[in-house]
Write a protein that binds this ligand. Structure first.
Ligand code: CTP
Ligand code: CA
Length: 226
């Protein structure tokens, strides 16, 4: 459409980014979590802010500083993340869900530190709510972008998640190779869209990938997205 691609395209738009791991609490001193650092989500929040958006970053526990100009909401568990996101959803234009949300949570949280005994310990785990799946079911005007970390069958699982969660786009990363993916500074991603060819990117910094992702999302807001 002749517009220079460098113009910020999210002015006046509300963007929700979720980042980091969740922590599922076992007792006051123990939890179950994963290796997500939050770096991708924080880079994506910053890139959306640079496109002029009003950005809310809902994040699990990380060591990262809040990107300037971004509103940050800290959460712990998958349930907390859902509770933080749900009331904001109707009002947002774009959701980018980078968070590594726990799929299971202990069915009870012990009020005191669990003492060891001679026998083994089993912890019964129950399913958490699929937050993104829930947003997909409630989708109205929102553009929904999911993330998926896979160690095998990348394309097949990515396409399945697009359908099942009613997404517009999914960013898949291969966490098999050393030095990319969880907790590293670099990432190697493939972007999948409904009815589009997938786009595979070279391994590069999470900041550069966040920038590319925001450029891939641009057409949804400039009229030729579907
Ligand atoms: N997701 C979510 N709520 C959950 C689990 C996942 O919102 N309880 C979101 C993640 O934030 C991500 C997308 O769903 O954007 C895909 O997460 P992923 O773990 O790859 O997929 P799952 O559907 O959980 O399937 P599986 O872990 O079995 O691959
Ligand atoms: Ca999962």
């Amino acid at each position: 459409n002749g517009k220079p691609p460098s113009l910020p395209y999210l002015k006046g738009k509300k963007v929700l980014v979720s980042a980091g791991p969740t922590r599922e609490i076992i007792d006051p001193v123990r939890f179950l979590s994963n290796r997500s650092s939050g770096k991708t989500g924080f880079a994506v929040a910053q890139a959306a802010q640079a496109q002029g958006a009003e950005v809310t970053l809902v994040t699990g526990p990380t060591e990262l500083p809040t990107p300037p100009g971004v509103r940050r909401i800290d959460v712990t568990s998958a349930q907390d993340m859902l509770d933080a996101i749900a009331p904001l959803y109707d009002d947002v234009d774009l959701v980018i869900k980078t968070a590594a949300v726990a799929d299971y949570t202990p069915d009870e949280t012990f009020p005191h530190k669990v003492k060891k005994s001679d026998g083994d310990l089993s912890i019964h785990m129950v399913r958490t709510v699929d937050i993104l799946g829930e947003l997909g079911r409630r989708k109205d005007k929102q553009i929904l972008v999911g993330f998926a970390a896979e160690t095998e069958n990348l394309a097949q699982y990515a396409e399945k998640k697009i359908q099942e969660k009613n997404l517009d786009m999914i960013v898949a990363n291969n966490v098999n190779e050393k030095g990319i993916g969880f907790a590293s500074d670099d990432n190697q991603i493939t972007i999948f869209r409904r009815d589009h060819e997938s786009i595979e990117y070279e391994k590069q910094s999470k900041e550069d990938l966040a920038h590319h992702l925001l450029e891939e999302i641009r057409p949804f807001f400039e009229g030729d997205g579907e």
